[in-house]
Design a protein around this ligand. Structure first.
Ligand code: GUN
Length: 289
């Protein structure tokens, strides 16, 4: 039987630590970190995310600035808002909710954010800094995964890590973080040959492919730590809606040493790490160590 990694409790603990640091920043430096979130259009999933972000930002004592723009917002208007937030000292972190409507260019907008305020860690300079092991703002989901791995396993040096998925948001930064922890890292993806065999070599298996229950229990090395980043909505045989990961939990859980469930694993860590990045950004911008 695996131990189930409780991401909800872990995220709660992280938010409490952040709240303590925020109150110290206020008391000792008169500084209240601020996070600006920009949402263009009315995508329902994005609206839920943005609402949760705002609520949790305020719960840890930070200021939340929400900018909701019409789906038809022009490139010029959006760039002007980003520029305004870049120049606003109350704003330490800026997050532009993706995906943007198709007439807007995600990359152009992300790279217009002041790199020191890019709390998503998506700016090309933060990506480069992470890849050479320099101080950067690190994408939130992989950041949460590495925290849970270190909490579970301690030193990760020399462990075989397999990351399934090569997205810019999760797979690639995950690889960089595992390399920084001295893991031996394999990146697998949809064209990988003998994927089950590759997975069976993993002491740490990170699944970030976005395919419901693709990774089966007999792909998991006995005792391995399994981090499931997938959030897939499926309809069960009984016609019910259900959230499942990229790992088939029922078969993987008995084999693995530790595993994150879906929901309640990686998911709750993402916003907590966003708040952590906002705290880090606020301290760096004000030369507070
Ligand atoms: N859309 C879904 N997740 C995210 C995220 O973490 N950051 C941004 N900017 N957009 C998202």
């Amino acid at each position: 039987m695996a131990s189930i990694i409780d991401g909800k409790a872990f995220a709660q603990g992280l938010r409490e630590q952040i709240a303590t640091e925020v109150s110290e920043l206020k008391a000792n430096h008169g500084l209240t970190p601020g996070l600006a979130v920009v949402l263009v259009g009315e995508d329902p999933a994005s609206q839920v995310y943005v609402r949760n972000k705002a609520k949790q930002t305020e719960e840890v004592g930070m200021n939340s600035y929400e900018h909701r723009l019409d789906a038809n917002t022009s490139r010029e208007d959006l760039m002007a808002l980003v520029n305004q937030l870049n120049n606003d000292d109350r704003v330490n972190g800026i997050l532009v909710q993706l995906p943007l409507p198709t007439h807007l260019d995600d990359k152009e907008v992300i790279n217009a954010i002041n790199v020191e305020k890019d709390v998503d860690g998506f700016h090309i300079l933060n990506v480069g800094r992470l890849s050479i092991g320099e101080n950067s703002l690190v994408p939130c989901t992989p950041s949460g995964c590495i925290m849970m791995l270190k909490d579970q396993l301690g030193d990760l040096s020399g462990l075989n890590a397999v990351v399934v998925g090569r997205s810019n948001i999760v797979g690639k930064p995950m690889v960089q973080l595992l390399l920084n922890e001295n893991c031996t890292v394999t990146v697998a993806h949809s064209r990988t040959k003998n994927l089950p065999d590759v997975c069976r070599g993993a002491d740490i298996l990170v699944a970030a492919v976005g395919r419901a229950e693709m990774i089966k229990g007999d792909w998991v090395k006995p005792g391995a730590t399994v981090i499931d980043v997938g959030i897939n909505r499926i309809t069960t045989d009984e016609g019910k809606n259900k959230l499942v990961g990229d790992v088939e939990f029922a078969t993987a859980e008995p084999v693995s040493g530790a595993i994150t469930p879906v929901p309640g694993g990686v998911g709750p860590m993402t916003i907590a790490c966003l708040l952590n990045n906002t705290l880090i950004a606020a301290k760096r911008q004000n030369n507070i160590s």
